[in-house]
Design a protein around this ligand. Structure first.
Ligand code: DGL
Length: 287
């Protein structure tokens, strides 16, 4: 049984909004972050591609000795997690664990709404997967969920264009489309880990009456609870408060952008991903 850091994965920078909250909650553990920036964004890619990319990255984390990997990316959680958990993991390293961000969010989201109407803003991939509709219905069958895909948001956040007029245009466009779907929405979930960067701008546009929910604190609390309930995994996570960052693209670019998401300066290393998948069962239930 290997011992090592908790792996935190995202297609790019978004997962840093999750990692910062996890560290706030549990600073004592070691963490290793991987952004697959060279291939981001994932949001518009096909099911098979997202599954393959995510599996390659999970394999990379296991090579670093991580006993537990968090897919801090809704798109990867929606498209790849189930197949990784049920098909790939048993062949790779059955003693390790891979968790996502959709289930912990769906478990608590019903506690935030009074009108029982929730808006979900996410990538096209997450919306098409209907993962949120399915997971929320299981726990809160009376809640109406309205989804809106925001395909321009991740590119405009990663390129810093969300600060200019073009960014404002796309911000308004998707919010208007979402809110035209229902007058009763009182809670909007930012179901993409990049989107918390837009929170202030969203609030300025739609006002304070609607609660804007980011996943970071929710996922952090859920992970803490998971580790409490799974001492066999918790005991395999090393505890030196060491935080390391890796990117599949240029490290200097990563360092420049990452602090916006992480909230403090980041010094990353470049890494190469092994594109040979050694355990590659065909994905089921593609959506
Ligand atoms: N941060 C990822 C998510 O939560 C987004 C990504 C992308 O399009 O790459 O969905």
């Amino acid at each position: 049984m290997t011992k090592g850091p908790i792996g935190i994965f995202d297609s790019g920078y978004g997962g840093l909004t999750i990692l910062r909250e996890i560290i706030r909650e549990m600073p004592e553990y070691d963490y290793i972050y991987l952004g697959d920036n060279a291939r981001a964004p994932y949001g518009q890619r096909s099911f098979d591609t997202i599954y393959q990319y995510t599996l390659e990255c999970v394999q990379w984390f296991f090579k670093q000795g991580c006993p537990l990997v968090i897919l801090a990316c809704n798109t990867a959680s929606a498209k790849a997690l189930k197949n990784i958990q049920h098909l790939a993991l048993p062949l790779m390293t059955p003693e390790n664990r891979v968790l996502g961000v959709i289930r912990p969010t769906a478990e608590v989201i019903g506690h935030y709404t009074h009108t029982n109407e929730i808006g979900i803003l996410a990538t096209t991939g997450t919306v098409i997967s209907e993962s949120y509709l399915i997971e929320i219905k299981k726990r809160f069958p009376d809640i109406k969920v309205v989804q809106q895909a925001c395909p321009m948001w991740v590119p405009m956040i990663e390129s810093n264009d969300f600060r200019n007029e073009g960014g404002d245009y796309y911000l308004r466009k998707y919010l208007d489309q979402l809110l035209s779907g229902s007058k009763l929405i009182d809670t909007i979930l930012l179901a993409c880990t990049h989107y918390p960067i837009l929170t202030q701008k969203i609030k300025q546009y739609i006002g304070e009456d609607i609660t804007i929910l980011s996943q970071g604190p929710i996922v952090a609390k859920s992970l803490k609870d998971y580790l409490r309930r799974h001492p066999e995994i918790a005991s395999r996570v090393t505890k030196d408060s060491s935080y390391e960052f890796f990117t599949t693209d240029a490290e200097s670019d990563f360092d420049t952008h990452a602090s916006l998401f992480f909230g403090s300066p980041v010094k990353a290393h470049h890494t190469e991903i092994d594109h040979t998948i050694h355990f590659y069962p065909k994905a089921l239930g593609k959506k």
